[in-house]
Design a protein around this ligand. Structure first.
Ligand code: NAP
Length: 450
């Protein structure tokens, strides 16, 4: 029997003709996550439920279903299980989910404490740092596992500025960009050979002797970067479709094709191919714009252009308003999306989603911020705005709009969590839970206890 309980008052989200079919009482699997996850989850649930109630007066309601991952999975299953198959199956079956951040071990130690993220070489009964008993063997990222096993091939991050949010640039209002980052290939393929192993030697010899390619030093770790036509085109397709549906002016294919022609360069070529073969009526390429249209963009069409990755970082700082939707490979997208979020005020307010065909998980894009665990202190904005993306994905736009309104009003009133307060002169510092309650109040909802 499954460890999770299916809510009796909910119904499954369906899928027909490439679109999700959302009932009025959809079952939505979620997990709060590790570290500060439970704090931001509590604030987020109050805001999402408050907005849905206010928008639909009881006609619609989310039936939340808790599933387990990370620390909660160790507690519910056993001390070696961080990503239970049941959790994967639930997200697949119920199609739309929301998740908090999870601890991801990074170094060459053997065990990790999921309460405080301490990295350990052995497995004591209790963590030497925080005394927790929840220590588990080192594992690959659960986030990456979820994305790969559910084939959530696009990591989507809308990045925009909210009036009043402290940020390092002069004109943050010019930034309104949605980044579609490929989620399954490139460095996420995770193919690496460690120097000193028999496998590395074999690969090194194959590359240098059989393929006659130069690797400067034999003592090299070797990584393989696969980028396929299938993976690139489905990502580009999703980004272009999004731009057309949301009446966005352009899609930019970001790549490093000047150096890596058969992976990064091919990504660009395959992106253009999808654009002109599948969306011909809706798009104009940058070459067509200048060769055939004298630089005059026809109304209602989406411009398809491409830029080299390093130049895109400059462009984001100098002329962000020339960019609207970005489609890019995994590593480029990783750097670009974090840099973009920093430009408009930081990770506390950057939402994200991992989307595949018929399944999507919305998530806080920052980590577990372990030093603030159980302090009811961090900014829940990232998870709340991920919830906004989720409501939009479900077609519940009215509720999504209410939350954005409530958030804008709360920030404008300078009642913010510590991360914003330390940069906003005259601001009042409030707790994570109080920030959630303030958003509900400012959207016009019923008062909730913080
Ligand atoms: P992090 O958890 O994102 O925290 C780094 C810093 O960012 C925090 O110390 C804090 O800065 C700020 N921050 C993060 N979340 C915030 C929030 N909600 N509100 C305000 N400020 C926030 O990164 P990390 O410390 O490198 O990683 C901790 C663990 O999380 C690691 O195990 C990592 O692998 C994992 N991780 C998980 C995910 C995910 O699940 N999607 C993503 C990234 C990292 P200040 O201290 O300066 O205020």
């Amino acid at each position: 029997m499954a460890k999770y309980t299916v809510p009796a008052n909910g119904a499954k989200i369906g899928y027909k003709d490439g679109k999700i079919q959302v009932p009025d009482n959809p079952i939505v699997p979620y997990f709060p996550g590790d570290g500060t996850g439970p704090d931001i989850w509590k604030a987020t649930k109050i805001v999402l439920d408050g907005a849905v109630e206010l928008a639909y007066k009881g006609k619609k309601k989310i039936a939340w279903m808790e599933v387990y991952a990370g620390l909660s999975a160790l507690k519910a299953y056993d001390k070696d299980t961080v990503l239970p198959q049941e959790t994967l199956d639930a997200f697949k079956e119920y199609r739309v989910g929301l998740k908090g951040p999870l601890t991801t071990p990074a170094g060459s130690f053997k065990f990790v404490c999921l309460d405080c993220a301490a990295e350990l070489m052995d497995r004591p009964a209790n963590c030497p740092k925080c005394k927790s008993e929840w220590i588990t063997p080192r594992f690959r990222s659960v986030n990456v596992g979820l994305r790969q096993k559910l084939d959530l091939y696009a990591c989507v991050r809308p990045v925009r500025w909210f009036t009043g949010v402290p940020c390092p640039v002069k004109s943050p209002e010019k930034f309104n960009i949605v980044i579609f980052r490929e989620n399954t290939e490139d460095i996420y393929a995770g193919i690496e050979f460690e120097w000193g192993t028999a496998e590395q030697k074999q690969v090194y010899e194959f590359i240098t002797k059989t393929m006659k390619k130069n690797i400067p030093f034999p003592d090299s770790g070797i990584g393989i970067k696969p980028i396929s036509k299938t993976g690139s085109q489905r990502l580009a397709r999703m980004a272009i479709k999004y731009a057309i549906d949301h009446k966005k002016p352009s899609v930019t294919l970001v790549h490093k094709g000047n150096i890596q022609k058969f992976t990064e360069g091919a990504f660009r070529d395959w992106g253009y191919e999808v654009a002109v073969t599948e969306f011909r009526e809706h798009v104009v390429t940058e070459a067509e714009l200048w060769d055939k249209l004298d630089g005059k963009m026809p109304a209602g069409k989406v411009l398809i252009k491409d830029r080299i990755a390093d130049q895109t970082f400059q462009q984001f700082l100098l002329r962000p308003d020339e960019y609207s939707v970005i489609a890019t490979t995994n590593l480029n997208g990783d750097y670009l999306s974090d840099a973009a979020v920093a430009q408009v005020g930081g990770l506390g307010i950057g939402p994200g989603a991992n989307i595949g065909d018929g399944c999507a998980i919305f998530e806080a894009t920052h980590g577990t911020a372990p030093k603030y665990t159980n302090k009811d202190m961090v900014n829940p904005g990232s998870l709340i705005l991920s919830g906004v993306m989720m409501l939009e994905h479900m077609g519940w736009q009215e509720a999504a709009d209410l939350i954005v309104k409530g958030l804008e009003k709360t920030i404008a009133a300078k009642t913010v969590t510590y991360d914003f307060e330390r940069q906003m002169p005259g601001a009042t510092k409030i707790k994570c839970s109080e920030f959630g309650a303030a958003i509900v109040k400012n959207m016009g909802g019923a008062a909730v206890a913080a």
